[in-house]
Design a protein around this ligand. Structure first.
Ligand SMILES: [Fe+2]
Ligand SMILES: [Fe+2]
Length: 252
């Protein structure tokens, strides 16, 4: 439980919200958080669809199609939670229009709209699966909103597989395409990946922490991601590109 949080893990059910037993602002914050989560899953699914259609290797295509099916299921799960709160998928996406254009969604947007081939698939995996695994595993698994915590549990099982695929795909990409090509793609994608965690110290995240809807602030999770990724890159002989310290991050 985040220090100072008003609610512990899995303390609140949908019936508590619908029955008016929780303050209305909790519901507003939860809806916005679920809307962002649902959109991230949906754009990740679209990216896997693009990548699966443009990858030549049949085994990699098979995995991309499996991941696509799982990401679609994740999106449906989170949109389902919103539906329970009276928010349709269309209404949720309308509420996320500004977010979709924000630096924090550039990775998801680029994966959905541009990523192609094996390198695009790998960059989407690093930017969305690796980061998502941390967000869901650290923040949402212990959400005060029980239905989100249970959904996070279910998603995590799949994401562990996506992460395993990603670490193998990174090694294979370096062997097939060379460290230089993978390094160049990383310099393009790493800022997007880190920015996916969102700005540190925002009022919205403060509310999420206060309500136990998140456990850690965005910059803590981003730091965790960078340390895991650096280890992974070094194992295959790649250097970690250097980023500036302020959000939105860029390469220095
Ligand atoms: Fe997912
Ligand atoms: Fe995933």
């Amino acid at each position: 439980m985040a220090a100072g949080a008003q609610f512990g893990p899995r303390q609140i059910e949908a019936a508590d919200l619908l029955g008016g037993r929780v303050e209305p602002h909790y519901i507003r914050v939860l809806r916005r958080l679920l809307g962002a989560h649902a959109l991230a899953e949906k754009l990740t699914a679209e990216g896997y669809r693009r990548a699966a259609a443009t990858v030549a290797d049949p085994e990699i295509r098979r995995i991309a199609e499996k991941n696509l099916a799982e990401e679609k299921r994740h999106a449906a799960l989170i949109y389902g939670l919103l539906a329970e709160l009276g928010v349709s998928e269309e209404a949720a996406d309308r509420g996320s229009i500004v977010l979709r254009r924000a630096p924090s969604f550039e990775a998801a947007r680029c994966f959905a709209e541009q990523a192609e081939g094996e390198l695009g698939l790998l960059m989407g995996n690093i930017s969305l699966d690796m980061t998502g695994l941390i967000m869901i595993g650290v923040n949402y698994r212990d959400s005060s909103y029980a239905p989100h915590a249970f959904a996070a549990e279910a998603i995590l099982e799949d994401e562990a597989g996506h992460d395993e695929f990603g670490s193998g795909a990174l090694r294979a990409a370096v062997e097939r395409m060379g460290a230089e090509a993978v390094g160049a793609a990383l310099r393009e994608w790493l800022p997007r990946a880190v920015n996916f965690f969102g700005p540190p110290g925002s009022g919205f995240t403060f509310d999420c922490l206060r309500y136990g809807l998140k456990q850690k602030d965005n910059d803590e999770l981003a730091g965790l991601f960078l340390s895991v990724l650096e280890r992974r890159l070094n194992q295959v002989g790649l250097e970690m590109p250097r980023l500036n310290n302020t959000y939105p991050h860029t390469i220095v």
